[in-house]
Each structure stands twice: as structure tokens, then as C-alpha cells.
Design a protein around this ligand. Sequence first.
Ligand code: ADP
Length: 280
Amino acid sequence: RILLTQVFDQPKETLKGIAMTVQDITREVELNAAKSQFISNVSHELRTPLFNIKSFIETLSEFGEDLTEKERREFLETANHETDRLTRLVNDVLDLSRLESSKIYHFHGVDLPQLVEQILRSYQLNAKDKGLELGQELEDNLPLVLGHYDLLLQVLTNLVGNALKFTVSGGRIVIRAYRLKYNPAIPCNKPLVRIEISDTGIGIDPEDQEAIFDRFFRVENRVHTLEGTGLGLSIVKNIMEKHNSRIHLISEVGVGTTFWFDLAVYQENCSSQESVKELK
Ligand code: ADP
């Protein structure tokens, strides 16, 4: 789409020339369409749990006395569950909109072993409950990586959370990190660390592998009803872009999935680092 703006700098009779601005607004039009679609999806997703909560409360207040104690408890538990879903959804939407705002993120040297330790601590119990093994394989003496600790924590939270959701009992989830080879002759030539999150879960069909990063996309399958908002991977994708990186995956149905991404090694006095910062 092209927007044409004509500027007349003289009365019509004495017109000597026309200054014309040609502006390509394709991107703006696309962004606006994407935004409207997002708002419509969010409204739809919010309506479902709200409707459910309201119905449960109405039933309890109108017919509560006719219900058994067990039924009343079940109704309250479901309403509570729906409230959790609503909270997750609102939090994810807020995270996503913060990421898409022009907020400046300051990047520092992030200690990966510390980050991974924090993730393992918060998920270990959950993994044990589900009969899953959750472990780490980190290369010795990993350098600090250039990044934002809280954002990277969110990436690992979402990826490990998914791995736990989509892996059945007896499976294994591993977080790996290792240095990639690079050309040391070129100064600041992106020495990188690769981070992988692997699971032995249900896997993702090749035809869904691109769409899973779209907002609200969830693969139709028997675990579809599991908790989730369909926003987790959009958030991951967005955070990776903030780090000038990309999220990748390799997956085979019935075998498992590995998500991976690379982060630049943090180097003091490296000018390329500054340019990464300025982009944020
Ligand atoms: P959700 O809240 O549904 O987990 P995500 O954006 O995080 O939303 O993921 C989108 C969809 O991608 C999931 O619903 C699931 O179908 C698929 N998916 C994500 N991670 C995995 C995984 N490790 N194994 C299998 N499927 C996955």
C-alpha cells in the first residue's frame, strides 16, 4: 500500500510545482491488521474462562443448597482452575505487549549455570510428580553470555514447562549448553554459546513446526486440554529477537523435541556488544 501526500506551497493560480511524498505503508497496514487480529483473539480467549467462572458461581449461588458437599467442592475447584487459566493468559498477554513496546532492555553478562540451576530448582518437584527425569549437561567453564537475565529465565521457563507438559511419564528432559566453534582471528566475531532443551516427548508434526510460534496456536492432540495459553512460544521467539538471535527446533513425532538457540559470549570492551545494546 502506498500513501501519496501532495503539498501545495502556492495558491493554485500561481502554482509553480508540487512536492509529493511517497510513503510505503504496507508494514503499518500489516501491523495494524495483526494487532486487530490479536485483540480479537485475546478477547475470545478471555471470554471462555470468564464465562465458565460466572456459570459456576451462578449455579452455586442458585442451586448450591441442592448440591452435595462433593459437588460444591468440585465446582469451586473448577472455578479456581479457570481463574488460574485467566491469570496465566493475562500475564502472557502483558509479557508479550511489554516485549513489543519500545522498552529498552539492558544487557549484561549472564551466568548460564546459575540460570539453569534456578530453572531446575523450580521445576524439579513438578518433574518428579510426573515421573520425569529433569537434568542438565553444561560444558565446564562456560563463559558469561550477553543477555537479559529475567528474559532468558522466561525463555527457559516456557521451554522447560512445555517439555514437561508434552512428555509422558518415564521420559527425560535435558538442558544443555556448550560453546560453538568460531573464528578467533576475527575480533568480536560472535563467539557463541548454544543452549538446547531436549525432551523425549510426543514430538511435533513437521507441518505444525512453523505455526507453533504463532500466537494462540496449539497443536490439536490428546494433550491439547493441558494448561496453556498458546502464547509461550511467541514470547520465546520475541525474546530471542531482542537478543539478536533465533529459536530453532528439531522434532520427531513420538520421539521428542529439541529447541535450541545461540547467545553471544559476553566480552568486556567489545564494541559489537554496544551495537547489540543499542538495538534494544
Ligand atoms: P502452550 O501454552 O499451548 O504450551 P506454546 O506457544 O508454548 O503454547 O506452544 C504452542 C504449541 O506447540 C503447544 O500447544 C504444543 O502443541 C506445541 N509444543 C510446544 N512445545 C512442545 C514440546 N516440547 N513437545 C511437543 N509439542 C510442543
